[in-house]
Ligand binder design. Structure first.
Ligand SMILES: Cc1cc2nc3c(=O)[nH]c(=O)nc-3n(C[C@H](O)[C@H](O)[C@H](O)COP(=O)(O)OP(=O)(O)OC[C@H]3O[C@@H](n4cnc5c(N)ncnc54)[C@H](O)[C@@H]3O)c2cc1C
Ligand code: HEM
Length: 361
């Protein structure tokens, strides 16, 4: 494999921007109509995935361990999309035709051979990992809503029982697909520690969002699907004292971690900072205050807007010598992380989950 040649040809093709995935998917859906039903109705955000994946694969071409890990995870992820092994050939053909189309005169038999070899390698790893995972885990989990409650005008707490049994660690999230939004998967953190009878989700309705509103409104009896739990938001050490910072529904993964910490003996000290747009936005404060009343290791500071949660944490928390866990709006996570690392906190002591949506800090 001539990696430099692959990289150069991809750079040439990538110059055509969004035209590349548009061409690829049009070709795929026209020639292999059975693949269309696997994708959501609107393809705008999906187009990005193809180019990003190719970029990543080229970046990892000279790092076999990194490539095996990335492609392996991707193969397992594809199980919940319903991808069948036979469809890899269809995707490979369309991908090569797309590259040839945009590379123009630069396309040579050698380049075609390189791309074929690269695709065969990656799809082989993906299929192998998917097959291995099949022996241990379901392609997805079926969820049944057993309770739903609005806690504020835009935050709903939804309880969901799961089939078959799911194994997860506190702090992890699952991709969720709700009725009426087929093939649109969004990540939600599990807000309880195993073994909770029903998974608890805290769903914030995001303005203009496609999935959060229908998810928040699900009533008991509704069914949904979940993918495999994942995420790095796990307890780093049982011995280090902790600062937790939750913005809005960023409380969810931290609540699961708090439940885990409460089981430790002795439990490390936890300073919990909980922020929201207003007092009403602190939708689970009573639970936190009750926990603080019954556990000496926990202190809770509520920071209703417009006070800045980051400013309060920087001023009042003992973040310099503790492990830090935070979750919620992108701006919160970004600004708190930047200010702490600029002040000398080792990046490894910070565990953070950026929920993506924005809320000015
Ligand atoms: C690991 C993980 C765990 C998560 N856990 C939870 C959880 O427990 N609870 C929860 O409520 N949410 C959680 N989220 C967020 C959740 O996955 C969805 O992104 C969210 O619910 C919005 O989905 P949607 O389909 O409604 O919005 P989409 O249709 O995806 O659109 C989102 C809207 O927000 C805008 N937007 C997107 N990103 C930004 C940004 N960075 N700044 C400003 N605006 C932006 C878009 O333009 C669009 O208008 C988590 C996200 C991740 C990655
Ligand atoms: C080497 C081959 C492939 C690569 C590198 C690849 C890459 C990707 C990536 C990066 C994603 C986004 C994953 C996520 O959201 O977490 C994705 C999603 C998806 N892929 Fe693939 N894929 C490959 C093969 C296939 C095949 C053969 C099919 C079957 C037709 C397929 C169908 C899908 C579907 C349905 C989705 C979900 C919708 C989306 O997010 O685009 N993929 N793929």
């Amino acid at each position: 494999l001539d990696v430099a040649r692959l990289r150069d040809s991809f750079a040439l093709v990538a110059k055509f921007g969004d035209e590349v995935p548009l061409y690829f998917y049009s070709r795929l859906f026209l020639n292999y109509p059975d693949t269309r039903e696997l994708f959501p109705v609107t393809m705008a955000e999906q187009r990005q995935h193809l180019v990003e994946a190719l970029q990543k694969i080229i970046a990892l071409a000279e790092d076999p361990a990194g490539l095996t890990e990335y492609a392996g995870k991707l193969g397992v992820t594809h199980r919940r999309f319903g991808t069948r092994p036979g469809q890899y050939e269809a995707v490979g053909q369309c991908l090569l035709a797309t590259l040839e189309h945009f590379a123009g005169d630069a396309w040579t038999p050698e380049l075609a051979a390189d791309w074929t070899a690269a695709y065969t390698l990656v799809s082989g790893i993906m299929n192998g990992a998917a097959l291995e995972d099949e022996a241990e885990n379901p392609a997805w989990y079926d969820g049944l809503v057993v309770a739903q409650e609005w806690r504020s005008f835009d935050v709903s707490v939804v309880h969901v029982t799961v089939q078959p049994r799911m194994v997860w660690t506190p702090g992890q999230s699952v991709p969720v697909e709700v009725p009426g939004r087929p093939r649109l998967w969004r990540w939600y953190s599990i807000a309880c520690a195993p073994p909770c009878e029903a998974l608890e989700f805290h769903v914030r309705v995001v303005d203009g969002g496609l999935v959060s509103l229908p998810f928040a409104r699900l009533q008991p009896g509704a069914r949904l699907r979940m993918g495999a739990p994942a995420g790095e938001m796990a307890l780093r050490s049982a011995d280090h004292d902790i600062v937790m910072v939750a913005g809005s529904t960023g409380l969810a993964p931290l609540k699961a971690l708090l439940m885990q910490v409460a089981e430790l003996d002795p439990a490390p000290d936890v300073e919990f900072f909980y922020g929201g747009r207003s007092q009403e936005g602190l939708y689970d404060l009573p639970w936190l205050e009750l926990a603080a009343d019954s556990h000496k290791f926990l202190t809770v500071t509520a920071v209703p807007g417009p006070a800045s949660l980051t400013d309060t944490v920087m001023k009042e928390a003992h973040w310099r010598d503790r492990d830090i866990y935070m979750a919620g709006p992108a701006e919160l996570v970004k600004s708190a992380r930047e200010r702490m690392t600029a002040a000398g906190v080792e990046p490894d002591r910070i565990r953070a989950e950026d929920f993506g949506w924005g809320e000015p800090e």
